[in-house]
Design a protein around this ligand. Structure first.
Ligand SMILES: Cc1ncc(COP(=O)(O)O)c(C=O)c1O
Length: 502
């Protein structure tokens, strides 16, 4: 954890300015047009009138996110200091926008970047916007849970050595399921080869505020990181931060990208929640995160006794060669149930009112965070016990449903495929074509195919399997049995298109 000035960290500059503005008897002729609740709508049935009353944009005294000189600047500076960064930008469109800013500020068209293939869709969009050339690395897949894991230091070193002309590397710290790489060593090696280190820390905000967690990106010396404070740090949904350290990426380029991607109407409620969460995490985070880990461990012990569920935590992952693990995450393997993980997910919500983070065919993911209540462990354990009583069958053996042993082959830069001529084909007939779109299960939002990759028979079978079991599939083409591909790309591999696109 980082050494910080606790007196300074007691301040909440944005919240204070906000409170002051709301206390004034303001007569409004600005946006938002509801004018602090001048209308009554059905929205009030959920929130009374309080949200309208407090929803302002950037009135006088509350600074401007595009060019902050007042309370937003001060609040961002406090956040940067709390995290050991040199500079911070508040984000109101999640780490989605943080990833876009990182990729577009650090890379230009055709710059090479090394990155794991299990990145979030926003990273692929960052490649499209920047025009960068990705070199994808395939992390190991755990055969029991089918979770896509981390890339080890040894593998990173090899990839870096094989691509010395790369401008940057991109690391996920931690993965959605909590696996952590040896980021410090990876960063040092990448820096020794003049590469920029960008980190997706969407699931690791809490790493900055507890010594029970793996090291944070800033502590490891990374150049930029994006953190979804809303995911594990206690701020409101969408509110995130971008952290910057050192000068490998020009501040001017960061600000330029940020101003291109960010709304000119940021929600004051989201910004205030970031200022409040930072103070909370500095003073109470360590204890709350300790409690979250304690709850996760207790839940693991109790779930371990329920037939049909195998909870895994740090020891399971480190035995597989994963460097470290975020113990606020509880990965539960489905074992000998007559239903799959997606079905358990639905039953937990529909029957027991328990919303877990996500499910895959053979795995469930529960998050333990600063907001977790100890008593809720009972509800989870009870529900899983009842599901076990109904669906556990010792005779069940699972068939490997995975048709796809690897991600599809890449043939074009994502940007070239994105701009390539459109053809719509039936999914069943798509083999050989280069995709124009991303297709993924959400959550976790890791694309099964991205623009520039070629449809394979295995991928088509995989997608048909997910359709059959009614997963939440996201794609850009809205027709359900068709996909969007680059015209004629089954013949010429799309090379003619590649040449035309910058
Ligand atoms: C690894 C990863 N990166 C980035 C994001 C995007 O974060 P946000 O929801 O804050 O936009 C997610 C979202 O789930 C994610 O899992």
């Amino acid at each position: 954890m980082n050494k910080i000035d606790k007196v300074e960290q007691r301040k909440t500059p944005y919240l204070s300015a906000y409170r002051k503005y709301l206390k004034g008897q303001n007569i409004e002729f600005d946006v938002p047009g509801h004018h602090q609740g001048g209308i009554r709508t059905d929205f009030d049935k959920i929130f009374t009138h309080i949200v309208y009353k407090n929803d302002v944009n950037c009135p006088r005294g509350m600074d401007n996110i595009m060019h902050p000189t007042g309370c937003i600047k001060e609040a961002q500076e406090l956040f940067a200091k709390a995290c050991g960064a040199d500079y911070c930008k508040f984000l109101v469109n999640g780490s989605t926008s943080g990833n876009l800013v990182m990729l577009t500020s650090a890379l230009k068209a055709h710059d090479k970047i090394l990155l794991p293939r299990n990145v979030h869709k926003s990273v692929i969009n960052g490649l499209i916007l920047s025009g960068a050339s990705p070199v994808f690395v395939m992390p190991e897949i755990d055969p029991s849970t089918e979770i896509v894991n981390q890339i080890t230091y040894k593998e990173w070193k090899k990839i870096i050595d094989n691509n010395l002309d790369a401008k940057a590397i991109f690391v996920i710290n931690p993965t959605y399921f909590g696996a952590v790489a040896n980021l410090k060593k990876i960063t040092e090696y990448a820096h020794s080869k003049n590469m920029i280190v960008l980190v997706d820390e969407a699931h690791g905000s809490h790493f900055y505020f507890s010594n029970k967690c793996p090291s944070s990106a800033m502590a490891c010396g990374a150049d930029m990181a994006t953190l979804s404070i809303h995911k594990t740090g206690g701020s409101l949904t969408q509110s995130s931060v971008l952290l910057i350290k050192g000068t490998r990426v020009s501040r001017y380029d960061v600000v330029k990208s940020f101003n291109m991607i960010t709304t000119t109407s940021p929600s004051s409620i989201l910004l205030a929640s970031l200022d409040a969460a930072r103070k909370y995490l500095v003073f109470k985070g360590s204890e709350a995160i300790f409690n979250a880990i304690k709850c996760a461990k207790e839940a693991k012990e109790r779930i371990d006794k329920i037939p049909g569920f195998k909870p895994h935590s740090k020891d399971y992952f480190t035995k597989q060669g994963i460097y470290d693990f975020d113990e606020t995450k509880l990965v539960i393997e489905i074992d000998k149930l007559t239903i799959n993980g997606f079905e358990v997910y639905k039953i937990l919500k529909d029957k027991y009112h328990i919303q877990i983070e996500l499910a895959e065919t053979y795995v469930l993911l529960c998050l333990f965070t600063v907001g977790t209540k100890h008593k809720d462990i009972d509800a989870l354990v009870n529900a899983l016990t009842k599901i076990s009583n109904k669906y556990y069958d010792q005779e069940v053996t699972y068939q490997d449903h995975h048709y796809m042993k690897d991600f599809p082959p890449s043939c074009m830069r994502p940007r070239s495929a994105y701009h390539g001529p459109l053809k719509i084909v039936k999914l069943a007939k798509a083999e050989g074509y280069v995709s124009k779109e991303m297709i993924m299960i959400y959550p976790p939002g890791i694309p099964l195919i991205i623009p520039g990759e070629r449809f394979t028979k295995e991928l088509i079978n995989e997608l048909q399997y997910y359709k059959k079991i009614r997963c939440n599939i996201l794609s850009d083409w809205e027709g359900s049995n068709e996909v969007s591909v680059v015209e004629k790309s089954n013949i010429d591999c799309g090379k003619s298109i590649e040449k035309k696109v910058e």
